[in-house]
Design a protein around this ligand. Structure first.
Ligand code: 4AD
Ligand code: MG
Length: 446
Protein backbone atom coordinates (compact mmCIF):
# COMPACT_ATOMS: atom_id res chain seq x y z
CA UNK A 1 0.00 0.00 0.00
CA UNK A 2 1.48 3.35 -1.00
CA UNK A 3 0.45 6.97 -0.74
CA UNK A 4 -0.02 8.39 -4.22
CA UNK A 5 -1.47 11.52 -5.79
CA UNK A 6 -4.73 11.30 -7.70
CA UNK A 7 -2.77 11.87 -10.89
CA UNK A 8 -0.48 8.93 -10.09
CA UNK A 9 -3.50 6.77 -9.20
CA UNK A 10 -4.88 7.25 -12.71
CA UNK A 11 -1.70 5.65 -14.06
CA UNK A 12 -1.84 2.54 -11.85
CA UNK A 13 -3.41 -0.81 -12.80
CA UNK A 14 -6.67 -2.00 -11.21
CA UNK A 15 -5.99 -4.02 -8.08
CA UNK A 16 -3.38 -1.59 -6.74
CA UNK A 17 -3.75 -0.90 -3.02
CA UNK A 18 -3.30 2.81 -2.45
CA UNK A 19 -3.92 5.76 -0.17
CA UNK A 20 -4.86 9.16 -1.56
CA UNK A 21 -5.27 12.34 0.44
CA UNK A 22 -7.24 15.35 -0.56
CA UNK A 23 -10.37 17.44 -0.24
CA UNK A 24 -13.90 16.25 -0.87
CA UNK A 25 -15.40 18.01 -3.88
CA UNK A 26 -18.80 16.37 -3.72
CA UNK A 27 -20.63 13.50 -2.13
CA UNK A 28 -23.55 11.48 -3.38
CA UNK A 29 -25.53 8.81 -1.54
CA UNK A 30 -27.56 6.02 -2.99
CA UNK A 31 -28.91 2.81 -1.51
CA UNK A 32 -26.29 1.28 0.77
CA UNK A 33 -23.43 3.14 -0.86
CA UNK A 34 -21.88 6.65 -0.86
CA UNK A 35 -19.57 8.22 -3.43
CA UNK A 36 -17.08 10.96 -2.64
CA UNK A 37 -15.02 12.78 -5.21
CA UNK A 38 -11.53 13.44 -3.81
CA UNK A 39 -9.35 16.12 -5.38
CA UNK A 40 -5.77 16.82 -4.35
CA UNK A 41 -4.89 19.44 -6.97
CA UNK A 42 -2.59 17.10 -8.90
CA UNK A 43 -4.95 17.17 -11.90
CA UNK A 44 -8.34 18.48 -12.90
CA UNK A 45 -10.23 15.22 -12.39
CA UNK A 46 -10.62 13.81 -8.89
CA UNK A 47 -10.74 10.20 -7.76
CA UNK A 48 -14.12 8.74 -6.87
CA UNK A 49 -14.12 6.70 -3.68
CA UNK A 50 -16.94 4.18 -3.30
CA UNK A 51 -17.96 3.70 0.33
CA UNK A 52 -20.13 0.70 1.01
CA UNK A 53 -22.41 0.77 4.04
CA UNK A 54 -20.56 -0.20 7.19
CA UNK A 55 -17.05 0.65 5.89
CA UNK A 56 -17.00 4.03 7.63
CA UNK A 57 -18.58 4.91 10.94
CA UNK A 58 -21.93 6.64 10.33
CA UNK A 59 -20.96 9.73 12.26
CA UNK A 60 -17.79 10.19 10.14
CA UNK A 61 -19.68 9.44 6.92
CA UNK A 62 -22.09 12.21 7.79
CA UNK A 63 -19.19 14.68 8.00
CA UNK A 64 -17.73 13.89 4.58
CA UNK A 65 -19.08 17.07 3.06
CA UNK A 66 -17.68 19.37 0.37
CA UNK A 67 -14.40 20.91 1.53
CA UNK A 68 -13.57 18.35 4.20
CA UNK A 69 -10.11 16.78 4.13
CA UNK A 70 -9.59 13.03 4.06
CA UNK A 71 -7.11 10.23 3.63
CA UNK A 72 -8.68 7.30 1.79
CA UNK A 73 -7.20 3.80 1.53
CA UNK A 74 -8.44 1.01 -0.67
CA UNK A 75 -8.10 -0.88 -3.93
CA UNK A 76 -8.28 0.67 -7.39
CA UNK A 77 -10.97 -0.98 -9.49
CA UNK A 78 -12.26 -0.42 -13.01
CA UNK A 79 -15.25 1.88 -12.77
CA UNK A 80 -18.60 0.70 -14.15
CA UNK A 81 -19.46 4.33 -14.96
CA UNK A 82 -18.33 5.99 -18.22
CA UNK A 83 -17.49 9.12 -16.15
CA UNK A 84 -14.11 7.73 -15.09
CA UNK A 85 -11.88 4.75 -15.95
CA UNK A 86 -11.09 3.84 -12.34
CA UNK A 87 -12.40 4.37 -8.84
CA UNK A 88 -11.31 3.54 -5.34
CA UNK A 89 -13.10 0.77 -3.46
CA UNK A 90 -12.72 2.18 0.00
CA UNK A 91 -11.20 0.03 2.75
CA UNK A 92 -10.62 2.64 5.43
CA UNK A 93 -10.74 6.38 5.81
CA UNK A 94 -9.33 9.07 8.05
CA UNK A 95 -11.02 12.45 8.36
CA UNK A 96 -8.43 15.20 8.93
CA UNK A 97 -10.64 18.27 8.91
CA UNK A 98 -14.35 18.90 8.58
CA UNK A 99 -15.96 21.78 6.68
CA UNK A 100 -19.31 23.00 7.95
CA UNK A 101 -21.62 22.72 4.92
CA UNK A 102 -23.69 25.65 6.10
CA UNK A 103 -20.64 27.93 6.05
CA UNK A 104 -18.33 26.55 3.31
CA UNK A 105 -18.29 29.27 0.64
CA UNK A 106 -17.44 27.14 -2.42
CA UNK A 107 -20.41 25.42 -3.98
CA UNK A 108 -20.48 22.95 -6.83
CA UNK A 109 -22.00 25.52 -9.16
CA UNK A 110 -19.59 27.88 -10.92
CA UNK A 111 -18.65 31.10 -9.15
CA UNK A 112 -17.64 34.40 -10.71
CA UNK A 113 -13.95 35.32 -10.83
CA UNK A 114 -14.75 38.35 -8.67
CA UNK A 115 -16.35 36.24 -5.98
CA UNK A 116 -13.45 33.78 -5.94
CA UNK A 117 -10.97 36.67 -5.62
CA UNK A 118 -12.55 37.50 -2.28
CA UNK A 119 -11.76 34.04 -0.93
CA UNK A 120 -8.20 33.77 -2.22
CA UNK A 121 -7.43 31.20 0.50
CA UNK A 122 -9.98 28.75 -0.97
CA UNK A 123 -10.06 29.61 -4.66
CA UNK A 124 -7.17 27.23 -5.53
CA UNK A 125 -9.65 24.43 -4.78
CA UNK A 126 -11.79 25.40 -7.75
CA UNK A 127 -11.22 23.79 -11.15
CA UNK A 128 -10.20 27.06 -12.78
CA UNK A 129 -7.64 28.08 -10.20
CA UNK A 130 -6.24 24.60 -9.75
CA UNK A 131 -5.49 24.73 -13.48
CA UNK A 132 -4.13 28.30 -13.28
CA UNK A 133 -1.62 27.44 -10.59
CA UNK A 134 -0.54 24.18 -12.19
CA UNK A 135 0.09 26.00 -15.48
CA UNK A 136 1.92 28.81 -13.67
CA UNK A 137 4.28 26.26 -12.14
CA UNK A 138 4.91 24.54 -15.48
CA UNK A 139 5.44 27.91 -17.14
CA UNK A 140 8.06 28.89 -14.56
CA UNK A 141 9.85 25.59 -15.03
CA UNK A 142 9.81 25.94 -18.83
CA UNK A 143 11.37 29.40 -18.53
CA UNK A 144 14.27 28.12 -16.43
CA UNK A 145 14.66 25.14 -18.76
CA UNK A 146 14.90 27.36 -21.83
CA UNK A 147 17.66 29.55 -20.44
CA UNK A 148 19.69 26.93 -18.59
CA UNK A 149 19.73 24.69 -21.68
CA UNK A 150 21.13 27.61 -23.67
CA UNK A 151 24.02 28.31 -21.30
CA UNK A 152 22.50 31.26 -19.40
CA UNK A 153 23.25 31.75 -15.70
CA UNK A 154 20.35 32.37 -13.34
CA UNK A 155 21.20 35.41 -11.22
CA UNK A 156 19.48 37.19 -8.34
CA UNK A 157 19.19 40.95 -8.43
CA UNK A 158 18.17 43.01 -5.40
CA UNK A 159 14.56 43.56 -4.43
CA UNK A 160 15.55 46.67 -2.48
CA UNK A 161 17.09 49.01 -5.01
CA UNK A 162 18.38 52.58 -5.14
CA UNK A 163 17.95 53.12 -8.89
CA UNK A 164 14.90 53.89 -10.99
CA UNK A 165 15.57 51.67 -13.99
CA UNK A 166 12.53 52.57 -16.05
CA UNK A 167 12.63 56.25 -15.09
CA UNK A 168 8.88 56.24 -14.67
CA UNK A 169 9.13 57.31 -11.03
CA UNK A 170 6.42 54.86 -9.99
CA UNK A 171 8.32 53.25 -7.13
CA UNK A 172 7.42 52.14 -3.62
CA UNK A 173 9.76 53.67 -1.05
CA UNK A 174 11.37 51.49 1.61
CA UNK A 175 11.41 53.16 5.05
CA UNK A 176 12.18 52.40 8.66
CA UNK A 177 11.23 54.75 11.48
CA UNK A 178 14.08 57.21 12.19
CA UNK A 179 17.43 57.32 10.35
CA UNK A 180 17.51 56.36 6.66
CA UNK A 181 18.44 52.68 6.95
CA UNK A 182 20.54 52.51 3.80
CA UNK A 183 21.95 56.01 4.10
CA UNK A 184 20.01 57.02 1.00
CA UNK A 185 16.57 56.67 -0.51
CA UNK A 186 15.69 53.07 -1.31
CA UNK A 187 12.81 51.53 -3.23
CA UNK A 188 11.28 48.21 -4.16
CA UNK A 189 12.80 47.37 -7.53
CA UNK A 190 10.91 48.08 -10.77
CA UNK A 191 13.37 45.92 -12.76
CA UNK A 192 16.60 43.99 -12.21
CA UNK A 193 17.97 45.05 -15.58
CA UNK A 194 20.70 47.51 -14.59
CA UNK A 195 22.16 45.01 -12.15
CA UNK A 196 21.74 42.19 -14.70
CA UNK A 197 23.80 44.23 -17.16
CA UNK A 198 26.74 44.19 -14.73
CA UNK A 199 26.65 40.40 -14.60
CA UNK A 200 26.13 40.01 -18.35
CA UNK A 201 29.33 41.98 -18.91
CA UNK A 202 31.15 39.29 -16.97
CA UNK A 203 29.24 36.02 -17.49
CA UNK A 204 27.97 36.85 -20.98
CA UNK A 205 24.44 35.42 -20.77
CA UNK A 206 22.37 35.76 -17.60
CA UNK A 207 18.73 36.00 -16.59
CA UNK A 208 16.73 37.07 -13.58
CA UNK A 209 13.37 35.71 -12.47
CA UNK A 210 11.95 37.61 -9.57
CA UNK A 211 9.34 39.91 -8.09
CA UNK A 212 8.98 43.44 -9.41
CA UNK A 213 6.98 46.38 -8.07
CA UNK A 214 5.28 49.31 -9.74
CA UNK A 215 3.35 51.98 -7.85
CA UNK A 216 1.55 53.24 -10.95
CA UNK A 217 -2.05 53.88 -10.08
CA UNK A 218 -3.45 51.97 -13.03
CA UNK A 219 -6.36 49.80 -12.06
CA UNK A 220 -6.59 47.83 -15.30
CA UNK A 221 -7.05 44.13 -16.12
CA UNK A 222 -3.37 44.05 -17.21
CA UNK A 223 -1.50 45.79 -14.37
CA UNK A 224 -0.39 44.58 -10.97
CA UNK A 225 1.53 46.53 -8.32
CA UNK A 226 3.56 43.37 -7.64
CA UNK A 227 4.36 40.99 -10.48
CA UNK A 228 7.11 38.62 -11.59
CA UNK A 229 9.48 39.43 -14.38
CA UNK A 230 12.03 37.39 -16.30
CA UNK A 231 14.91 39.49 -17.62
CA UNK A 232 17.59 37.90 -19.81
CA UNK A 233 20.63 40.07 -20.58
CA UNK A 234 23.23 39.11 -23.19
CA UNK A 235 26.65 40.54 -24.00
CA UNK A 236 27.47 40.74 -27.74
CA UNK A 237 23.77 40.70 -28.70
CA UNK A 238 22.43 43.40 -30.98
CA UNK A 239 18.75 44.15 -31.40
CA UNK A 240 18.23 41.53 -34.13
CA UNK A 241 19.75 38.82 -31.91
CA UNK A 242 17.54 39.98 -29.06
CA UNK A 243 14.42 39.76 -31.22
CA UNK A 244 15.34 36.29 -32.40
CA UNK A 245 15.83 35.12 -28.82
CA UNK A 246 12.51 36.59 -27.64
CA UNK A 247 10.63 34.79 -30.42
CA UNK A 248 12.41 31.49 -29.83
CA UNK A 249 11.74 31.85 -26.09
CA UNK A 250 7.99 32.42 -26.41
CA UNK A 251 7.62 29.56 -28.88
CA UNK A 252 9.58 27.21 -26.64
CA UNK A 253 7.36 27.96 -23.66
CA UNK A 254 4.18 27.51 -25.66
CA UNK A 255 5.40 24.17 -27.05
CA UNK A 256 6.30 23.04 -23.56
CA UNK A 257 2.86 23.88 -22.18
CA UNK A 258 0.99 22.32 -25.11
CA UNK A 259 2.90 19.12 -24.43
CA UNK A 260 2.88 19.10 -20.64
CA UNK A 261 -0.38 20.81 -19.63
CA UNK A 262 -2.73 19.43 -22.28
CA UNK A 263 -5.66 18.74 -19.92
CA UNK A 264 -5.54 22.13 -18.24
CA UNK A 265 -5.22 23.98 -21.56
CA UNK A 266 -8.16 21.95 -22.89
CA UNK A 267 -10.18 23.15 -19.90
CA UNK A 268 -9.27 26.80 -20.58
CA UNK A 269 -10.14 26.27 -24.22
CA UNK A 270 -13.60 24.96 -23.32
CA UNK A 271 -14.44 27.28 -20.46
CA UNK A 272 -12.47 30.50 -20.83
CA UNK A 273 -11.24 31.22 -24.38
CA UNK A 274 -12.51 29.11 -27.30
CA UNK A 275 -9.67 30.12 -29.65
CA UNK A 276 -6.93 29.36 -27.13
CA UNK A 277 -5.36 26.13 -28.35
CA UNK A 278 -5.72 27.08 -31.99
CA UNK A 279 -3.89 30.37 -31.45
CA UNK A 280 -1.19 28.83 -29.27
CA UNK A 281 -0.52 26.20 -31.93
CA UNK A 282 -0.50 28.92 -34.56
CA UNK A 283 2.02 31.00 -32.63
CA UNK A 284 4.29 28.03 -32.04
CA UNK A 285 4.39 27.37 -35.81
CA UNK A 286 4.33 30.80 -37.49
CA UNK A 287 6.94 33.55 -37.40
CA UNK A 288 6.37 36.86 -35.65
CA UNK A 289 5.78 39.99 -37.68
CA UNK A 290 8.40 42.77 -37.51
CA UNK A 291 7.52 46.42 -37.90
CA UNK A 292 9.19 49.69 -36.92
CA UNK A 293 7.33 52.13 -34.70
CA UNK A 294 7.16 54.59 -37.60
CA UNK A 295 5.56 51.96 -39.87
CA UNK A 296 3.22 50.92 -37.05
CA UNK A 297 1.95 54.48 -36.63
CA UNK A 298 1.28 54.67 -40.40
CA UNK A 299 -0.68 51.41 -40.25
CA UNK A 300 -2.76 52.76 -37.37
CA UNK A 301 -3.41 56.06 -39.12
CA UNK A 302 -4.61 54.22 -42.23
CA UNK A 303 -6.79 51.80 -40.26
CA UNK A 304 -9.88 53.92 -40.89
CA UNK A 305 -11.40 53.54 -37.46
CA UNK A 306 -12.35 55.63 -34.47
CA UNK A 307 -9.64 55.62 -31.82
CA UNK A 308 -9.97 56.67 -28.25
CA UNK A 309 -6.40 57.98 -28.57
CA UNK A 310 -5.59 59.30 -32.05
CA UNK A 311 -2.28 57.78 -33.20
CA UNK A 312 0.49 60.23 -34.21
CA UNK A 313 4.28 59.94 -34.51
CA UNK A 314 5.62 60.41 -31.00
CA UNK A 315 2.61 59.01 -29.14
CA UNK A 316 2.98 56.13 -26.74
CA UNK A 317 1.16 53.11 -28.17
CA UNK A 318 -2.04 52.45 -26.23
CA UNK A 319 -3.61 49.04 -25.63
CA UNK A 320 -6.15 49.65 -28.42
CA UNK A 321 -3.24 50.30 -30.84
CA UNK A 322 -1.24 47.29 -29.66
CA UNK A 323 -4.24 45.03 -30.00
CA UNK A 324 -5.15 46.34 -33.46
CA UNK A 325 -1.63 45.61 -34.70
CA UNK A 326 -1.46 42.05 -33.35
CA UNK A 327 -5.12 41.01 -33.66
CA UNK A 328 -6.28 42.70 -36.83
CA UNK A 329 -3.38 43.97 -38.88
CA UNK A 330 -0.94 41.05 -38.53
CA UNK A 331 -3.10 38.42 -36.76
CA UNK A 332 -0.08 37.10 -34.83
CA UNK A 333 2.53 38.42 -32.39
CA UNK A 334 4.29 41.54 -33.67
CA UNK A 335 7.65 42.96 -32.66
CA UNK A 336 7.66 46.75 -32.86
CA UNK A 337 11.12 48.35 -32.92
CA UNK A 338 12.81 51.74 -33.00
CA UNK A 339 10.55 53.89 -30.85
CA UNK A 340 11.00 57.66 -30.37
CA UNK A 341 13.55 58.25 -27.63
CA UNK A 342 11.14 60.49 -25.69
CA UNK A 343 8.81 57.62 -24.82
CA UNK A 344 11.48 55.06 -23.88
CA UNK A 345 13.94 54.61 -21.01
CA UNK A 346 17.36 56.34 -20.88
CA UNK A 347 19.44 53.18 -21.31
CA UNK A 348 18.28 52.26 -24.84
CA UNK A 349 20.80 52.56 -27.66
CA UNK A 350 20.41 55.67 -29.82
CA UNK A 351 19.94 55.15 -33.55
CA UNK A 352 21.90 57.21 -36.09
CA UNK A 353 18.81 59.35 -36.74
CA UNK A 354 19.17 60.68 -33.15
CA UNK A 355 15.36 60.51 -32.82
CA UNK A 356 14.69 56.82 -32.26
CA UNK A 357 16.18 54.15 -30.02
CA UNK A 358 16.80 50.41 -30.43
CA UNK A 359 13.74 49.37 -28.45
CA UNK A 360 11.58 46.34 -29.10
CA UNK A 361 8.15 45.51 -27.71
CA UNK A 362 6.51 42.17 -28.41
CA UNK A 363 2.74 42.61 -28.76
CA UNK A 364 0.50 39.58 -28.44
CA UNK A 365 -3.14 39.21 -29.50
CA UNK A 366 -5.60 39.63 -26.55
CA UNK A 367 -2.87 40.85 -24.19
CA UNK A 368 -0.99 43.66 -25.92
CA UNK A 369 2.57 44.25 -24.69
CA UNK A 370 3.97 41.02 -23.30
CA UNK A 371 7.71 41.74 -23.63
CA UNK A 372 9.63 45.02 -23.48
CA UNK A 373 13.32 45.14 -24.31
CA UNK A 374 16.13 46.86 -26.17
CA UNK A 375 19.72 46.99 -27.21
CA UNK A 376 21.51 48.97 -24.49
CA UNK A 377 23.54 52.15 -25.01
CA UNK A 378 27.07 50.82 -24.59
CA UNK A 379 28.86 54.10 -25.48
CA UNK A 380 29.76 56.31 -22.53
CA UNK A 381 29.10 59.76 -24.00
CA UNK A 382 25.71 59.09 -25.62
CA UNK A 383 24.60 57.37 -22.41
CA UNK A 384 25.65 60.35 -20.29
CA UNK A 385 23.78 62.63 -22.65
CA UNK A 386 20.56 60.57 -22.26
CA UNK A 387 20.96 60.59 -18.49
CA UNK A 388 21.28 64.36 -18.41
CA UNK A 389 18.16 64.68 -20.59
CA UNK A 390 16.31 62.28 -18.28
CA UNK A 391 17.37 64.26 -15.19
CA UNK A 392 19.31 61.36 -13.68
CA UNK A 393 22.35 62.07 -11.52
CA UNK A 394 25.67 60.81 -12.83
CA UNK A 395 26.91 60.29 -9.26
CA UNK A 396 24.11 57.91 -8.39
CA UNK A 397 24.68 55.79 -11.51
CA UNK A 398 28.51 55.86 -11.43
CA UNK A 399 28.66 52.07 -11.37
CA UNK A 400 26.38 51.78 -14.40
CA UNK A 401 28.57 54.27 -16.30
CA UNK A 402 31.68 52.35 -15.20
CA UNK A 403 30.50 49.40 -17.29
CA UNK A 404 30.95 51.68 -20.31
CA UNK A 405 34.41 52.73 -19.10
CA UNK A 406 35.87 49.28 -18.51
CA UNK A 407 35.52 46.82 -21.35
CA UNK A 408 32.17 47.89 -22.72
CA UNK A 409 30.48 45.73 -25.37
CA UNK A 410 27.24 45.76 -27.32
CA UNK A 411 24.56 44.09 -25.23
CA UNK A 412 20.82 43.61 -25.17
CA UNK A 413 18.02 42.14 -23.13
CA UNK A 414 14.31 42.11 -22.48
CA UNK A 415 11.70 41.62 -19.79
CA UNK A 416 8.76 39.22 -19.93
CA UNK A 417 5.94 39.78 -17.45
CA UNK A 418 5.11 36.34 -16.05
CA UNK A 419 1.46 37.23 -15.43
CA UNK A 420 1.02 38.73 -18.92
CA UNK A 421 2.35 35.45 -20.31
CA UNK A 422 -0.04 33.56 -18.04
CA UNK A 423 -2.96 35.57 -19.44
CA UNK A 424 -1.81 34.71 -22.92
CA UNK A 425 -1.45 30.96 -22.38
CA UNK A 426 -4.63 30.49 -20.30
CA UNK A 427 -6.95 33.01 -21.92
CA UNK A 428 -7.80 34.43 -18.48
CA UNK A 429 -9.10 37.96 -18.94
CA UNK A 430 -7.93 39.63 -15.74
CA UNK A 431 -4.34 39.64 -14.50
CA UNK A 432 -5.64 39.34 -10.92
CA UNK A 433 -6.84 35.85 -11.81
CA UNK A 434 -3.48 34.42 -12.80
CA UNK A 435 -1.73 35.33 -9.56
CA UNK A 436 -2.45 33.75 -6.17
CA UNK A 437 -2.47 36.94 -4.10
CA UNK A 438 -2.90 39.99 -6.34
CA UNK A 439 -1.65 43.38 -5.19
CA UNK A 440 -3.41 46.28 -6.88
CA UNK A 441 -4.32 49.84 -5.82
CA UNK A 442 -6.51 49.52 -2.75
CA UNK A 443 -6.00 45.77 -2.36
CA UNK A 444 -3.46 43.72 -0.43
CA UNK A 445 -5.81 41.31 1.34
CA UNK A 446 -4.48 37.87 2.40
O1 4AD B 1 8.43 47.16 -20.48
P1 4AD B 1 8.95 47.07 -19.08
O2 4AD B 1 8.68 48.20 -18.17
O3 4AD B 1 10.52 46.80 -19.25
C1 4AD B 1 11.45 46.74 -18.25
O4 4AD B 1 11.23 46.79 -17.07
C2 4AD B 1 12.84 46.48 -18.79
N1 4AD B 1 13.80 46.82 -17.72
C3 4AD B 1 12.96 45.06 -19.27
C4 4AD B 1 14.32 44.74 -19.81
O5 4AD B 1 14.66 45.20 -20.88
N2 4AD B 1 15.11 43.98 -19.08
O6 4AD B 1 8.40 45.73 -18.42
C5 4AD B 1 8.64 44.47 -19.01
C6 4AD B 1 7.37 43.62 -19.01
C7 4AD B 1 6.23 44.22 -19.83
O7 4AD B 1 6.37 43.97 -21.20
C8 4AD B 1 5.04 43.51 -19.22
O8 4AD B 1 4.94 42.18 -19.72
C9 4AD B 1 5.43 43.41 -17.77
O9 4AD B 1 6.83 43.51 -17.70
N3 4AD B 1 4.83 44.47 -16.94
C10 4AD B 1 3.80 44.30 -16.09
N4 4AD B 1 3.10 43.20 -15.77
C11 4AD B 1 2.12 43.34 -14.86
N5 4AD B 1 1.81 44.50 -14.23
C12 4AD B 1 2.51 45.65 -14.51
N6 4AD B 1 2.22 46.77 -13.86
C13 4AD B 1 3.55 45.56 -15.49
N7 4AD B 1 4.43 46.46 -16.00
C14 4AD B 1 5.19 45.78 -16.87
MG1 MG C 1 7.28 48.37 -21.64
Amino acid sequence: MSVVSVKQAYGLPPGSEITVRGWVRSRRDSKGVSFIDINDGSQMKGLQAVIEAGTVDDQILHQLTTGSCVSATGALVASPSPQQPIELKLGSLHLYGTADPAAYPLQKKGHTMEFLREIAHLRPRSNTFGAVFRVRSALSFAIHKFFIERGFYYIHTPIISTSDCEGAGSMFEVHTPGEPFFGKEAFLTVSGQLEAETLALALEKVYTFGPTFRAENSNTPRHLAEFWMIEPEMAFYELEDNMRLAEEFLKFIIHYLLENCADDLEFFNQRIEPTLIETLRGVAESSFAHVTYTEAVEILQKAGREWEFRPFWGCDLQTEHERYLSEESFKRPVIVTDYPKEIKAFYMRMNDDERTVRAMDVLAPRVGEIIGGSQREERLEPLRQRMIEAGLSEEAYWWYLDLRRYGTAPHSGFGLGLERMMMYVTGMKNIRDVTPFPRTPGNAEF
